[in-house]
Design a protein around this ligand. Structure first.
Ligand code: GDP
Length: 453
């Protein structure tokens, strides 16, 4: 199992992005959703060295099994502990997951058997026709007859697992990837695809409306699709961009009281289909934990990020406020300090004209290709300034060569005689230097290391 955004093999150029399906784990509290989720995370093998991340409590993970990538969401992780025990909350959570996911893992508990709440959730799943797998957790004995009880859910053959020990998870993951929607065709765009994300009430739909004009008609989701991902063409003075999932942004009002979960899953879906994220921040509230988390999700999904501080009309001393907002972000989230940012007001139509050129700049960075000779010249210089340190055994790694192996987002590969001798500190140093030298801001560069003789 690997979990990474950059699945491109060296030498292959990812010219366009494909949508990655979202798999949601649902079920009653304590059935073992988080254990299973962490199990998948635990099998993570870090193959790619990404932007030094911020510490985050994650309920979502990008994963890959048998060559298929998907995003796994633990819905239980979003439920505040106080609400965990309440059936109504669990059902609501399940409803939202059912609406948003491409595939649902409905987890039930062999120890407690089939409950009324399980039956109710099962019924919603059947009614909505969402692809689902029934996963019976805590089956410690192979062939335990209790598993058959869950046939009554009417969702096909229940799959026994023991998340704690990992028994059965390989089979489950095989079945999971078999049920994913077929990989979509690569989408090519003349310019770029932009996802407007942010938590509720920051002004996302106001921005979309200001940019595209008020909607005369809300587009209803096509029958049979779980995600009503209706994109909009946005004709700007500098060219045409695609705004991803604008219908969803405009329609989100019905979930205003389920803010974090809904915003995150919706954003995840949009990010998978975008090159650039316009992360909207309420300027009167500032860049908070949820913004940090969304920014990280965007970078993990391989999107370049532009921070859009909206409601700028409400700010009195703008020059001072901008300095304060920037300084606060830098001190609380140092790894996100260099994300490009711009103030606007959707309703007062302030600085709206700046958005398109700034977003296009992100698109350009996302697709930028640095010629190999320039990269290697940089590598020689940076090593002269600070050589890779030797290991405790006194052996320094030899870095022979660097080349760009992907665009959208850019991926660079270092060829090293002994990758294990190249420590994390030095990798991070190289990452930072590379970003600075080639002027990348807010683009998630990948730095791979490969063995070479
Ligand atoms: P969304 O949930 O992120 O889509 O946010 P909305 O677009 O629904 O906006 C939430 C609220 O903020 C609404 O009452 C908007 O009128 C208000 N709002 C949005 N943009 C601005 C702005 O630039 N300035 C001010 N003062 N209010 C805004």
């Amino acid at each position: 199992m690997t979990a990474s955004a950059a699945t491109g093999a060296p030498g292959r150029v990812a010219a366009a992005r494909m949508s990655t399906p979202v798999v949601a784990i649902i079920g009653r509290p304590n059935v073992g959703k988080s254990t299973f989720f962490n199990r998948v995370l635990g099998e993570r093998r870090a193959v790619v060295h990404d932007r030094p991340g911020i510490t985050r409590d994650r309920n979502t993970a990008r994963a890959e099994w048998a060559g298929r990538a998907f995003v796994l969401v633990d819905t239980g992780g979003f439920l505040p502990a106080a609400l965990e025990g309440r059936d109504a909350e669990v059902r609501r959570q399940a409803e939202i997951a059912i609406e948003l996911a491409d595939l649902v893992l409905f987890m039930v508990d062999a120890k407690s058997g089939l409950t009324d709440l399980d039956l109710a959730i099962g019924q919603s799943l059947r009614k909505r026709g969402v692809p689902a797998l029934v996963v019976v957790n805590k089956v410690d004995r192979a062939g335990d007859p209790v598993v058959h009880e869950f046939h009554r859910l009417g969702l096909g053959a229940p799959i026994p697992v023991a998340a704690e020990s990992g028994t059965g998870s390989g089979d489950l993951l095989d079945q999971l990837v078999a049920r994913l929607p077929p990989p979509g065709a690569a989408e090519r765009e003349p310019l770029g695809r932009v996802a407007i994300i942010g938590r509720p009430n920051v002004g996302k739909s106001s921005i979309v409306n200001a940019l595209l004009g008020e909607p005369r008609m809300i587009v209803e989701p096509a029958a049979g699709t779980t995600m009503d991902a209706v994109d909009a063409r946005w004709k700007t003075e500098v060219g045409e961009l695609t705004l991803v999932d604008t219908a969803g942004i405009r329609r989100q009002a019905q979930y205003q009281d389920q803010p974090e979960f809904y915003a995150t899953v919706r954003a995840l879906h949009a990010l998978e289909r975008a090159d650039v994220a316009g992360l909207v921040v309420d300027a009167t509230a500032g860049f908070q934990r949820q913004e940090a988390r969304l920014a990280q999700e965007a970078l993990d999904a391989g999107c370049s990020v532009l921070l859009v501080y909206n409601k700028w009309d409400l700010i009195a001393d703008r020059e001072r406020a901008w300095k304060a907002l920037t300084a606060e972000r830098a001190s609380r989230y140092p790894t996100l300090a260099d994300l490009p940012a711009t103030p606007i007001s959707a309703t007062a139509r302030l600085h709206l004209g700046k958005l398109a050129p700034l977003l296009l700049k992100r698109v350009e960075e996302h697709r930028r290709r640095i010629p190999t000779p320039r990269l290697n010249e940089w590598l020689r210089q940076v090593q002269r300034r600070r050589a890779a340190p030797s290991t405790r055994l006194g052996r320094a790694p030899h870095i022979y060569y660097i080349t760009q192996t992907c665009v959208g987002p850019p991926e660079f590969t270092l060829f090293v005689n002994a990758p294990s001798r190249l420590n994390d500190n030095y990798r991070r140093f190289l990452w930072r230097e590379l970003a600075a030298r080639f002027d990348f801001h807010g683009t998630p560069l990948r730095l791979r290391v490969r063995k070479s003789e």
